[in-house]
Design a protein around this ligand. Sequence first.
Ligand code: SF4
Length: 380
Amino acid sequence: MTPVKNRRSLQKKLLSWYRRNRRDLPWRRTGDPYRIMVSEIMLQQTQVATVIPYYLRFIKTFPTPSSLARSPLQNVLKLWEGLGYYTRARNLHRAAQAIHEQWNDQVPSTVEGLSSLPGIGRYTAGAVASIAFDVKAPVLDGNVRRVFCRIFAIRKDPRQAAVQDRLWGLAADLLPDRNVGDFNQALMELGAAVCLPRTPFCSLCPVRKSCRAYQLGLQDRLPLRIERRTVPHNKIAVALIQNGRGLLMGPRPEGGLLAGLWSFPEMDGSKATTHRRIEQEIEKRFGLEPNLLRPLEPVTHTFSHKRITYHPYLFNCVSASKRLPEPWRWIPAAKIADYPLPNATRKIFDQIAVDVQLAKRATPLPLAAERATVYRKRPK
Ligand code: SF4
């Protein structure tokens, strides 16, 4: 690959712009590699403003790799609740255990060492190595990709493997010998604050004289926008089954969507379209005989690869089976907030938590039949 011609000038301009304009962020006030690693993992696919409160709480609770490694996963997931992409939390927990057991509680200082940890890919390894240890390692995230496609007027789909290779090559070639972490952060900051996706502020840009897209008037058209495929939209029916001991809940299975978080029983909403069908399914799975109290408001959640609309129904259940199948439990309503919950489950639960004033109750959920409209009596 041909080396970038004006490399020195780009390095100088970007570094000096970054020093004048960098945002004061909590993870930029530390040189602790563990804290930098936590911030980089939280920032994957998540905006800075969202991450800040989560980062501060996480570091307060788990200030070192060993404190995180020793914690039960459920506590880690609870702290992560609402941040999304929960695989990151599970991987970070496993990474902390590896650092504790195999790296003597020290975050590895090389790209190879970092890449050996669960959940650390090429970008995160480069970011942590360069920012925490000033290792000459490139980074390529969405912001840097956009900046490069514009500076070098790359008119091809940036998702193509050959284009990705070229972008990684440019990221490596542009690196200075020192202040590598600052340089990488300057590129990311430029993409986040100036070289914005739809309307780049070229008049404020420190590298506009070197930017081919700016010179050619292509800055609004690059990178090439490839039409997104429409994501599937699924329907899920959710059964909130209450009895004198609480609500029926269980942890989601390993390896599936939102693994380890706690939910109410769910079933395919395209099949279980009527409450009678849902009741039959509950009977089959749990040996319970529920009575529908009322349907609740649907909740839609968008994941990276699909949208799901949850259709929740509140049931009363006087005949609790003696033994629930593992791992299901009756959870007292006042204790539900102690469990790690997916966003949609929390929104569904909030609808009845307010209704029966659960927040003030320390005792299990009472039967709410006297307050709720009984929708249909189960035929004997
Ligand atoms: S000149 Fe405009 S398009 Fe080019 S890098 Fe700067 S902000 Fe982006």
